[in-house]
Ligand binder design. Structure first.
Ligand code: AMP
Length: 401
């Protein structure tokens, strides 16, 4: 009953092995710099010392073979044989409008994921490489695709359409898709469990704040709006991405600096956000440290991020016609009491009151609202791998029935 979870980036492979009887993680690891000089693997079996090794990994297939060998290795392994793996679950970034839930991979599924490559040109090809490498290496093991976009497929058209000519949607599929769906799904459901109430009865704003960030309005367990969109730039400011801005500003900058779309894309994705505003770092820890020394741009970036989060919470409370819980997750959401406190400032009119003592928590599940707050405010560490493992296990168990 072992499920392997794989998250392939263009130059990385992350993996975890779950025992689905207990949902325990037996081993996890990361292969970095796949296809680039200087590749290395970090592998941790929960019983032995962590293994760190420089290895040659020219492509994803070699990486997959390497990690499978490690899983059955005498010292570092956790399996007697690869036959123990009942299924492999893959994180797939973009499922377009084709996938509203996880699926067992077939030829048709591969074709449909391939069709979504233009929508996620950096991510989907890497995800496909991982799936194909696994299919070649373990041809008899079912593969399952779990999509970052799937949870948001419940958004109504008035939330996902843009005010562009309709042909842009019809011909080019330009609309809001949203991302981090697996994370929003997990923390919304976990928050409902912590509250002891059915998720179907709750209106929740989930704030996934990390290097990439998005907020989602989760009404009755379903995503009804989310702050990332067609791509991964809109919403609140991120590590290196700008967040919401006026599209005419983009056109103006391109004209002023004579930039083509590739150069402008680089600015929006890699040179903006916390890094672009502060000129210091994309990492909030560095920005917070600079703000403590009264660095003006660091102070501004922190205000902007917190203000953005607050604005979305208010907007989504209005969109849902109420609010029962606010959930913070991901690197910033789980760790930064500063951002959480500033984001919740002035939300008492909505019934949301943060307890500054309880808010001192880091990286673990906690209620951080005051005892008399009508709206619960929670920190819930995300666990996308567990959702992928559960979906994978559920699909293959169903198929076996
Ligand atoms: P993620 O993308 O979810 O891994 O989040 C990464 C981001 O979380 C980093 O860029 C940091 O800005 C932020 N982060 C992690 N730990 C802390 C911390 N202790 N305080 C503030 N921010 C943190």
């Amino acid at each position: 009953m072992k499920v392997l979870v794989l998250n392939c980036g263009s130059s990385s492979i992350k993996y975890q092995v779950f025992d689905m009887r207990t949902e325990e993680v037996l081993a996890k690891g990361l292969i970095e710099r796949v296809g680039i000089e200087g590749s290395r693997i970090k592998h941790q079996n929960m019983r032995a010392e962590e293994l760190k090794q420089d290895v040659s990994v020219p492509n994803h297939k070699v990486g997959v073979k390497l990690l499978l060998d490690l899983l059955v290795d005498e010292t570092h392994g956790v399996l007697k044989s690869l036959d123990e793996i009942v299924a492999v679950g893959h994180r797939v970034v973009h499922g377009g409008e084709a996938f509203a839930r996880s699926v067992i991979v077939s030829k048709e599924v591969l074709d449909a994921v391939e069709d979504c490559v233009p929508l996620a040109p950096l991510h989907n090809p890497a995800n496909l490489m991982g799936i194909r490498a696994m299919m070649d290496t373990l041809p008899n093991v079912p593969q399952v695709a779990v999509f970052d976009t799937a949870f948001h497929q419940t958004m109504p058209p008035h939330a996902y359409m843009f005010g562009l000519p309709y042909r842009c949607y019809k011909e080019y599929k330009v609309r809001r898709y949203g991302f981090h769906g697996t994370s929003h799904y997990y923390v919304a459901n976990r928050a409902a469990e912590m509250l002891g109430r059915p998720v179907e009865d709750l209106k929740i704003v989930t704030c996934h704040l990390g290097n990439g960030s998005s907020l989602t309005a989760v009404d009755g367990g379903k995503s009804v709006d989310t702050s990332l969109g067609f791509g991964t730039v809109p919403g609140v400011i991120m590590g290196t991405r700008s967040g919401d801005l006026d599209p005419t500003a983009i056109l103006y900058i391109m004209e002023q600096e004579g930039l083509d779309s590739k150069a402008m894309s680089h600015i929006l994705h890699k040179e903006s956000g916390l890094l672009g505003l502060t000129g210091i770092s994309s990492d909030l820890r560095d920005v917070e440290a600079a703000a403590e020394s009264q660095n003006e741009r660091a102070l501004l970036a922190i205000e902007m991020l917190a203000y953005g989060v607050r604005k979305y919470i208010g907007a989504y409370a209005a969109a849902m016609g109420g609010l029962d819980a606010i959930v913070f997750t991901a690197g910033i959401g789980e760790n930064s009491d500063v951002i959480r406190a500033k984001a919740c400032e002035g939300l008492a009119f909505l019934g949301a009151k943060l307890d500054s003592n309880k808010n001192k928590v880091r990286g673990k599940e906690a209620f951080i609202s005051t005892d008399d707050s009508k709206v619960a405010i929670l920190v819930v560490p995300t666990n996308e791998e567990l959702v992928i493992a559960r979906d994978t296990w559920a699909l293959v168990s169903d198929a076996a029935r």
